[in-house]
Structure formats: C-alpha cells, structure tokens
Write a protein that binds this ligand. Structure first.
Ligand SMILES: Cc1ncc(COP(=O)(O)O)c(C=O)c1O
Length: 413
C-alpha cells in the first residue's frame, strides 16, 4: 500500500511504475487526489494576495469532491487560516477531525442548528434578525459572526439598504461580535467586468456607510477565485477561493498569473475485452451500432460514480495515452469504449477519465463540456463509490487518509 512516488521539480505527479501498490485491494475505480498540488496552489494564492489578506479556503461540497478533511488539513498547513463550508455537518466533521481553525458557515442555519454552531464554535453567516437573536439568546460566550450583503447575486444576502441598521441592531445583542462583512461576485469570471465592478463599488459603499455609523468591521471579504484573479483591488482583508485551490481556473478569462496544479485524477480499469461483429449494438437503448468489427473494452465507471450519462457517445477515456471513445449509453456502474485503434489493450490496464496519461490529458473542463455543465459540477459530483486515494509529501497514500475514506465508504454501506 505504501509505495512512494517522487515529486518532480514541477510538483507534478510522477506516475508509479505500477498502480497496484497504491490502490486498496479490490478497488477498480478511484480518484487520486494530489494534496501536494493543493498545498502548492494554496501557497501560490497566498503569495499572490500578500501577507495582509487572509485565505479562507472553500472546502464546501466535500472540498469540490476532493475530500473534506484531507484538503482542509493541507490547505491550513499551506497557509490558509480559515475554512468555509456551506453545511453545518461539514463544519462539525472538521471539528471532529480535530481541526480548530475558524470555519465560516456560508449557508443558512435553521433554529435547530444554532446549538451546534455554538457548541462547535463555528462562525455563522447572518442575513436576517431572527437568527442573530436566537444565537445571542443561546450563547454563553462571544460569538463572532459575518454578515452577508447581497450586491448583485440576488441569492443569499441581506438587502444593502438595511446593512447599516442591521449591523447596528445585532452589534447591540449580547454575545454577538460582528467580525466580518462579505458579498459574492456573480460574474467576475467573464470578459466584461462591468457588473463585477458595480458589485465592488456597492460593497465599498456599504462598508463606508457602516464605518460612518461608527462600526469598524475587521474582516470584509468579497473575492471568490474569479474575483481574486480579475479584481485584485478587491482582495480586502480576506479572499474566499475554492476552485483555484484544486488547480482549476473558473474560466479562460480568470486564469491566474501563477501556475496551477490540478489535484484530481479520475482513474478506472479495463475489466473485460470483447470483439464485436459489424452490426452489434452497445448498451441500453442500442444507441450505438458498430459499423465494422470492433474491439470493445468494459470500464467500471458510470453515473453511479458521478460520471454523467450525458457523455454517452460523446466523450472518451485514455488508455495507453490514447483516446478510447465512449460507445453507447453510460450505465450506472460501467461503460463501453472502443479500443479498436489502441494496440495491446489488456484486462487490468489503467484507464484515465480525468487527468493525464502519457502525453494526453482530459481536463474536468472537457468532461464538463461533454456533459453540458461546468468543471465545478464534474469534480463535486464524484460520488462515494469512487474511492479517494491521497498523495501527500510525495507518497501514496497519505498516512491513513486514503484508507480512512475507503473504510468510511465501507461503513456507510
Ligand atoms: C459564498 C461563496 N464564497 C466563495 C466561493 C468559492 O467560489 P470559487 O470556487 O469560484 O472560488 C463560493 C462558491 O461557490 C461561494 O458560494
């Protein structure tokens, strides 16, 4: 299990000679998560924003599919000082893993969750009066809160015109300490930054009005990954990147001026080979007919792993560094690829669905395009059936992490 893999000078994974030593027994489909790449991305972001801007690492949605706790630990070791999650159970999972860094809970807290955020010292996001009142009433210690104002997303956030009164009102409540004020960019990843600029101006106006009313907010923040790159003037006291940490840029317009290292590789295995006659049809609904004799390989990857069914007859996988087109409908746990043009494919050969193999690469962006969605959804959508294997300090797996995830999957089923 504990094969080690050297870091090359670029920090990219040097593939081990064989895969078996790093893959838990019996596993045929897995994601390799390069925690060293995540550490380097965090360090690069921190260098870019400078010492006066704190890094709040967004590890929501299971760290965009990369694994909550390993990513959180590495991000903190590499220079993030805060974590952000959307759901209270993720925040508690981090605390239960012994992570004591401040955690910003970005999402709504129902009244039943207040006891939990107090007990686990989680920093709530407030957007209305009732939650603030309930927190104040139940708290026995000072509770640092962040107020979210809506500057243009029309999603979660307080209406800007109420911001000053709101801060004044909640600051009066016992135990409430208004530490942060934040907002969220809707389109800082687009070529036209006019709306992002408008949001930024609005946010500065709100901050100024709050200051003019006699309150100082130590931790204002507005930048997601896109804003961090395209709106450097808006870095403020903290930035809240997600995607960049995992080595991806939100769009071609928001590629940072520092190198990013992709952290996730999705791999599978050839489990069966078949020689099909011309006229054979493949998979449910018979949406593909072989026009000529064809060699088909069965790969245990399907929508039950989070590999989208929309990719049926559209995308390809990599085998021996070559493109193996997906033929027929993707099933829950498996799919079929055409390996007629790839010599010497054997059962047990390694297959790459996202990431590099030899000179070839499939990016999460490409997979997203085949599935008519975005790369965020592709990595976030990887389900527990995909075992995560962690590379840390040049070795696979990170101590206990890969196996911990595997064990938790076994417990869950
Ligand atoms: C409030 C908030 N902040 C920060 C982020 C991080 O965004 P990104 O992954 O684009 O950096 C998100 C993600 O959607 C978010 O909802």
């Amino acid at each position: 299990m504990m094969d080690t893999v050297a870091l090359d000078e670029t920090g990219e994974v040097s593939e081990p000679a064989t895969r078996r030593p790093i893959v838990p027994d019996g596993v045929v489909t897995w994601a390799e998560i390069n925690l060293d790449a995540i550490a380097r991305n965090v360090q690069a972001i921190k260098e870019f924003v400078g010492p006066d801007t704190a890094l709040i690492a967004s590890v929501k949605a299971n760290a965009y599919g990369h694994g909550l706790r390993p990513v959180a630990r590495v991000a903190l070791e590499a220079g993030a000082t805060w974590l952000a999650v959307h759901r209270v159970q993720a925040a508690i999972a981090l605390r239960e893993a012994g992570i004591m860094a401040p955690i910003l809970l970005l999402g709504h807290i129902p009244p039943s969750g207040i006891r939990l955020i107090l007990e686990h010292r989680i920093t709530p996001t407030l957007v209305e009066a009732e939650t603030a009142r309930l927190i104040s009433a139940q708290a026995t210690h000072p509770v640092h809160v962040h107020v979210k104002v809506d500057t243009g997303m029309s999603r979660y956030g307080l209406e800007p015109e109420w911001a000053v009164d709101y801060v004044r009102d909640i600051a009066r409540l016992p135990h409430i300490v208004v530490e942060g004020l934040f907002s969220h960019f809707a389109s800082a990843d687009e070529p036209n930054l006019e709306f992002a600029q408008r949001q930024w101006l609005r946010f500065q106006g709100i901050l100024q009005a709050i200051e003019d009313a006699g309150f100082s907010i130590p931790m204002p923040h507005i930048c997601n990954s896109a804003g961090l790159v395209t709106m450097p003037e808006a870095h403020l006291a903290a930035v809240r990147p997600g995607l960049l940490i995992y080595g991806m840029a939100p769009s071609s317009e928001s590629v940072p001026p520092f190198p990013l290292r992709r952290a996730l590789t999705l791999k599978s295995t050839v489990t069966k080979l078949r020689d099909l006659e011309a006229g054979s049809t493949i998979s449910y609904g018979r949406t593909f007919t072989a026009e000529r004799p064809m060699r088909a390989a069965l790969i245990p990857l399907g929508y039950g792993d989070g590999y989208p069914r929309l990719i049926s007859n559209r995308g390809y996988l990599l085998i021996h560094g070559k493109k193996a087109p997906i033929r027929g409908r993707i099933c829950m746990d498996q799919l079929v690829v055409d390996v007629t043009e790839i010599p010497d494919v054997r059962v047990e050969d390694e297959v790459v669905a996202i990431g590099r193999q030899g000179e070839a690469e499939i990016t999460a962006e490409e997979v997203g395009a085949w599935a008519e969605t975005i790369h965020y959804e592709i990595t976030t959508g990887l389900l527990p059936q995909v075992v995560r294997i962690y590379r840390h300090n040049g070795g696979y797996p990170a101590p206990a992490e890969g196996l911990e995830q595997w064990a938790s999957y076994l417990r869950a089923v």
